[in-house]
Design a protein around this ligand. Structure first.
Ligand code: MN
Length: 246
């Protein structure tokens, strides 16, 4: 049982002695001592038209698709600081994807689009870091993307900003620069599938629950990074996200 409003270590004390306990991954809530316990990390693929086209999809005809990262892939980055982000193993083409992240306070099955945003607790800015060479190689072999997308530290993100403070984030600039040079830029309203539509779609495949988060897709322009690069992501209305590849 997951306590939604967790402390930094939200795992409940088990009734029976167990061989070990595990912390629930959490993301701090901005302007609060509370933490959002992470149950699942869902990510949509190819959700901005120009990125879908550069990736070989037709945004007008293809239905949305999703994958997951492990919940402990979260790397929290405090606003105003630059976090060291480890260059992962096994890749020679490591890429950034800047994304709006939505956090759910409740869920359900077959959620209607019109009610979907009622389940959103808040929003953050996140990076869907990607071992692109492995993702592409596996895709070419019709094997799962997982090794390219779902690995340690692959989900850097800032704190959760509650809807109660900032409202719903449906438009505004989203961008990413590397060493001061702009690599990705779009408007959140360019998304092919809105956050509400993503929640509705996901809830057909799985029962959504409090603690789930959704990476809502990246604009065109993901590009390779190397050790030493400084990545700065921005979404209008949220603090910047800054990481250095080490
Ligand atoms: Mn992505």
């Amino acid at each position: 049982m997951l306590a939604f409003w967790g402390s930094a270590r939200a795992a409940e004390t088990p009734a029976e002695p167990s061989v070990f306990t595990l912390p629930v991954p959490v993301v701090p809530v901005a302007g609060s001592s509370q933490h959002f316990p992470v149950r699942r990390i869902y990510c949509i693929g190819r959700n901005y038209p120009e990125h879908a086209i550069e990736s070989g999809s037709d945004p007008k005809t293809e239905p949305p698709f999703f994958f997951q990262k492990p919940s402990d892939a979260v790397q929290f980055v405090k606003p105003g600081t630059t976090a060291d982000h480890p260059y992962p193993t096994l890749t020679e083409n490591y890429q950034h994807e800047i994304e709006l992240v939505a956090f759910l306070k409740s869920g359900g099955r077959d959620i209607p689009v019109e009610q979907a945003l009622d389940h959103v607790y808040g929003y953050s800015i996140g990076l869907d870091m990607t071992r692109r060479d492995l993702q592409r190689a596996m895709g070419a072999q019709k094997k799962p993307w997982e090794i390219g997308k779902s690995f340690d530290h692959s989900a850097p993100m800032g704190p959760v900003h509650p809807v109660a403070s900032i409202g719903h984030v449906t438009k505004g600039a989203i961008m990413l620069s590397v060493n001061g040079s702009l690599r990705q830029k779009a408007d959140l309203s360019d998304m092919t599938w809105s956050v509400a539509e993503q929640i509705a779609q996901l809830s057909k495949a799985n029962e959504l629950q409090a603690g789930d988060m959704i990476y809502s897709g990246t604009p065109a322009g993901p590009s390779p990074v190397v050790k030493g690069d400084l990545l700065v992501g921005k979404i209008e209305g949220l603090p910047e996200l800054s990481v250095r590849i080490v």
